[in-house]
Ligand binder design. Sequence first.
Ligand code: GCU
Length: 334
Amino acid sequence: MKKKHIALILAAAVMVLAGIVIVIKTINKKPEPEYVFTYAENQSDGYPTSMGAYYFASLVEEKTNGRIKILVYTSGKLGREADVVTQMRYGGVDFARVSLSQLAEFSPALNVLQMPYIYNDAKHMWSVLDGEIGDYFLNLVSEVDLYGLSWYDAGARSFYNSLKPIRKLEDLEGLKIRVQQSDLMIDMVECLGATAVPLSYEEVYSALELGSIDAAENNWPSYEDTDHYKVAHYFCEDEHTRVPEMQICSIHTWNLLSDEDKAIIRECADASAEYERKVWNERVEKSRETAIDNGVVVTSLSKKEISRFREKVQPIYEKYCSEYMDILNKISEQ
Ligand code: GCU
């Protein structure tokens, strides 16, 4: 064969190969996303609710073949919880996971689900949230321009402080206790004889360190993840509340989506909630261990003391729940 023919054959082969590469690249190329949404989370990256958010975003991307991309912003980068809820009502943030305390400020009926001592234990809370009462409240947030997707776990909240071990009601007297920015939580702490100081989550560490507050209340993972255990060494496992958390979507975002996409998002939100509950339980144990290994003094309350605490907070049931007695009764019967 002449050299010229060999060169022509080689050139043709190179062109065919190049063609094949272009076709493969085109086939494999991910389409540009049709939607890019934001997701607000105020906990740090490795925290169970953030892990749930990342899982949710990756499932949605996978199930829509990249058509819907959700960018998760952790550590409060999109703002404090209360501001995030406000932004979402106007479409400024698309998705979030927030504490019910903040949502109840906009939709007061939700207070029912975070009343002190309303659940006997975690199992009781989940039987309520996973049932028709939980669904009713997920739907209720549409009255404030949100779409409720799923419930996340935030365990039980207990008091911790920098001054002394708490063993009885009188030990709380006069303590300056940080509470969430929620009227119900302010009233609860005041009923217990302490002074309530409403602050955002981000402000608690320095307030404890500087001594402008003596105490706060939260679950084990928050206490540990935020380093509060380094500045408040006394943790009383009184478990006065269980404040569930909700994964929500702005109604403006929700209305953009097709029915098919809505179904995918609901399915992914449920799967992420299941995942979060699993990692939550693992983290509670680890956080408790870390705190104790670092010298935290853990106390608990006798049954008699718990009933004294319960009795003290009864007035807030009248103030916040008188219109929802039927729901309260259903919860206690469950
Ligand atoms: C929990 C909850 C947060 C909330 C915080 C608080 O850690 O997960 O979303 O902001 O409580 O006490 O404010």
